[in-house]
Write a new protein. Structure first.
Length: 234
C-alpha cells in the first residue's frame, strides 16, 4: 500500500472552515480526476455511489489534476484514433456509454480543443463554496462532454449545469475566469503533481495525519471499499 507523506492540514484550503470539526473526526476521501479523462468519466459513477453509501463516514472532496494544459492543449483530431480504439475497452470495463453526441460532435469533427483549463476553473470555483458536492459536480461536468458532446471551452455550456446546482450563471462564469481562480486552479494542478499522481482517476484517503493512495486507475465499488477498509485497519 503506497503511503503519501502528507498531513490533512494541506486540504484545509479546499474545504470549508465550517467543516473543520467534522474533519477532525472523519477520514477524508479525496477523488483526483480530470475533466478530459475518459477513465474518470467511467469511474465517477463509482465515486458518486461510494459517497452516497458512506456519506456519514467520510469527509468527501475532489481535485482536478491538470491533464491537458499549456502547450499540451491541441485539437482532439491529433488523438482521435487513440480515443476511438480505447472506447470499447473503457465501456466494457466501466459499464458507461460514450455517447454518439461525443463521437460525432467532438471526435469526428476533430476541431475541439482538448483542454483541462476552463472546466477546471469552473470546478475549482464551485468547490470553494460547495466542497461536499464537488464529486457530484465533477461527474456532471464530464457528462457535458462525454454524454452531451458539448465544447467545455465555451461559457454557454455551463449555464444549465450551474442552474442545476442552484447557481446564478452570469456572476459564476465571470468569476471562474478571474486571476484568483486561475491561480488557485494551477496551484491545485501543482499539488496533485507534487503528490506523485501522474494518471487519473486516483483516490487518496487521509486518516490520522497521513495520506494513502487507495487507487490509481479505474476500480469498481467493491474493490474501492475493500481498499479503504484495509487502510482504516492500519
Amino acid at each position: 500500500m503506497r503511503t503519501l507523506s502528507l498531513f490533512c492540514f494541506i486540504l484545509f484550503s479546499y474545504l470549508t472552515s465550517s467543516a473543520s470539526d467534522t474533519m477532525k473526526q472523519k477520514p477524508i476521501l479525496m477523488y483526483v480526476f480530470d475533466p478530459m479523462c475518459g477513465w474518470c468519466y467511467g469511474f465517477s459513477p463509482v465515486m458518486v455511489q461510494f459517497q452516497t453509501k458512506h456519506a456519514n463516514e467520510f469527509q468527501f472532496s475532489a481535485m482536478s489534476g491538470g491533464m491537458i494544459v499549456g502547450d499540451q492543449q491541441q485539437p482532439i483530431a491529433s488523438m482521435r484514433d487513440y480515443i476511438k480504439g480505447a472506447i470499447p475497452h473503457l465501456e466494457k470495463t466501466t459499464g458507461v456509454h460514450i455517447s454518439d453526441n461525443y463521437k460525432q460532435n467532438i471526435l469526428e469533427k476533430g476541431t475541439y480543443i482538448s483542454s483541462s483549463e476552463k472546466p477546471s476553473f469552473a470546478f475549482v470555483h464551485f468547490k470553494n463554496s460547495f466542497p461536499e458536492q464537488s464529486i457530484a459536480f465533477a461527474h456532471e461536468l464530464q457528462n457535458l462532454l462525454f454524454q452531451d458532446g458539448l465544447d467545455l471551452n465555451q461559457d454557454s455550456v455551463y449555464i444549465a449545469l450551474l442552474k442545476k446546482f442552484g447557481l446564478e450563471p452570469t456572476d459564476f462564469i465571470k468569476e471562474m475566469k478571474s486571476d484568483r481562480i486561475r491561480k488557485q486552479t494551477f496551484d491545485e494542478f501543482k499539488q496533485v503533481g507534487n503528490w506523485g499522481i501522474k494518471g487519473f482517476p486516483a483516490v487518496i484517503l487521509f486518516n490520522e495525519g497521513k495520506g494513502y493512495m487507495v487507487s490509481n486507475g479505474y476500480t469498481d465499488l467493491a474493490s474501492l471499499e475493500s481498499q479503504v477498509n484495509v487502510i482504516l485497519k492500519k
